[in-house]
Design a protein around this ligand. Sequence first.
Ligand code: HEM
Length: 424
Amino acid sequence: MPLQALLWEFRFPQFVERCRQRYGDTFIVNLPVSGKVVSICDPDLIRTVFADHGDRMHAGEANHVLEPALGSHSVLLLDGTEHMRQRRLMLPSFRGDRMQRYSTLMTDITAHEVDRWPLHRAFPLRPSMQAITLQVILRAVFGLREGAVLTQLRDRISRLLELGQASRLSLIPQLHRDFGPIRTWSRWLELRGVVDEALYGEIRRRRAAPDLAERDDVLSLLLLARDEQGEAMTDVELRDQLMTLLLAGHETTATSLAWFFDLVLHEPAVEQRLHRDLAEGSTRYLEATIKETMRLRPVVPFIARRLTEPVQIGSYRIPAGMVLVPSIYLTHHRADIYPEPEQLRPERFLDGRTDTLSWLPFGGGIRRCLGASFASYEMRVVVPEILRRVRLRSASPKREAIRKRSVTLTPARDTRVIADERLT
Ligand code: HEM
């Protein structure tokens, strides 16, 4: 692997910061799978990307390495009219005003998980956040009720994710085959088959459910959704969107929660004000703190668009075929927009506003994260519930280092914390 690719993979923040210092806001990195990618972090240039309607810039094509897991109908992998069709079918299920209905579910799942935490000894928070967000997706999105089907699907999915993660399978197409006796790829395909079987089983059962029209989970809504021609989604399309929502939705939110606690537990003034505001019944500071932690530690550090024709980006003419990479990480660390960018300062967002071209943890334009309202709402429910139930402190003297895990940036030690006392 060329040096640049190794640095991108294993020293991401340091590497891109150094590139920016040396070459400016726009620079090229040579990567093995994508080829030459052009990193940008100037809001004016990012505007060009978010204004594109999918004719000149293809996000789906740039994400194609995810196809074995997500399936070829996944909204993340499609471009053009097919992408817009799937996206329109899915959008109503994720509208912000629908989210309150998941509040009790999210609170109960959090309470159940927190009550299992050990007292007085260090443990990693991120896996626990992941248990919460996986359960939330299975209940709120898939609409599974507690019972054997949920337990079985959760176990199968966890095994599939673990194997993919451990072997970095998902992002390296060269690993999509067996190497003699090392049959990781075959094992992964087998596990995927078992997960698919469970997903198709659930889709079939739900189609036939007598209470389908009264249910408020996302799968039931997707089953009832119709496109402009009056067509419903096929089973394969539904399977691919479920897998996409699962993979795009639960680790990202869990990692964001883990970063939230890593940052806040190292900033006593922020932590105290958060407790005070919540005790007074206000969520303004909580919301600002969530936005600020997502700025300082964006879980998805960049997005990607493959150009279908040459595009003028500032003073550069980028040829067709190259990948344009708006850098969320670098944009969020611009000192001209966020003075002292390494400082955690929720006050930056206290007026409730965010600029779509300089605060972009969920990407933007016609590809903006479909689950942005869902994830933000989930964080607004999970964080106060945790703070209400236990007194937490960090087990590390300093903020955790940043580690790149496939397409996300995670706390290197998974946010090690100690629960000192139960408060309920
Ligand atoms: C903190 C949590 C999350 C973060 C940081 C995040 C971030 C992102 C980003 C950066 C994109 C790409 C946007 C672009 O290319 O411009 C994206 C796309 C997407 N996300 Fe999220 N996401 C999160 C949670 C979720 C959740 C909870 C769901 C669903 C349950 C979800 C579903 C999706 C889908 C379906 C897309 C593809 C949209 C499209 O291509 O049209 N995400 N997300």
